[in-house]
Design a binder for this molecule. Structure first.
Ligand code: IMP
Length: 199
């Protein structure tokens, strides 16, 4: 089964291929397919945004298309930045500044009051109109400082109490195993294979 993945991000494609390896599902990125797609991610949920992107990609190409949307939910901030994670404080603002701002906004809060999670929704859009979605989460807390050199975005302030370290301190392999995106991708792989078997 060949699927198009609506991303231009090479790191995401590598992760997707690692997870789909050996499953019989071959993922091709938009760039590799020579397709360019600009869609406004104006959905209110991660699922809505993933569906908007997957559907637009399917309509443009006529192929089964997958897309993801992800972000950080901070409970004490009413689950912000949420679907606005990339846009929080402006798209071009550095993550060092965004991360510092979140730590400041949680001043005075301790333990469970600092609870947060990374969320990833993946949608698959089929040419016959079927839509599948999956969601993966990684639970943790906002730390008191930035720590670690791996990962990206909000990883340096995301503390994993179970592992006693920050997300940016995880090896790439461990991050794939625990991450919201890894979980949502593995669930999507299983749903696609089940759909395939129904034919
Ligand atoms: P998108 O799903 O590519 O639109 O990414 C949304 C945004 O959420 C990213 O730009 C990051 O700010 C944040 N984000 C999503 N996943 C992660 C992660 O694994 N680590 C750190 N930040 C993340």
């Amino acid at each position: 089964m060949k699927i198009l993945f609506a991303t231009g991000n090479a790191d995401k494609m590598r992760e997707i291929r690692e997870i789909l390896g050996g499953s019989g599902i071959e993922a091709v990125s938009l760039k590799e397919a020579g397709v360019s797609l600009e869609v406004e991610e104006n959905g209110a949920t991660f699922e809505e945004n993933a569906i908007i992107k997957a559907q637009a990609c399917m309509e443009l190409t006529g192929e089964i298309a997958l897309a993801d949307d992800s972000g950080l939910e901070v409970d004490a901030m009413d689950k912000e930045p949420g679907v606005h994670s990339a846009r929080y404080m402006g798209r071009d603002t550095s993550y060092h500044i965004k991360n510092k701002s979140i730590i400041e906004r949680l001043e005075g809060k301790t333990g469970e009051e600092r609870s947060a999670r990374f969320v990833c929704a993946i949608a698959a859009a089929f040419p016959d109109g079927r839509i599948l979605t999956t969601r993966g989460t990684m639970e943790g807390q906002i730390g008191y400082e930035e720590r670690g050199e791996n990962g990206f975005g909000y990883d340096p302030i995301f503390y994993l109490p179970e592992y006693g370290c920050y997300s940016a301190e995880l090896s790439p392999e461990k991050k794939n195993e625990l991450s919201h995106r890894g979980k949502a991708l593995r669930a999507m792989r299983d749903k696609l294979l089940a759909e395939w078997e129904k034919r």
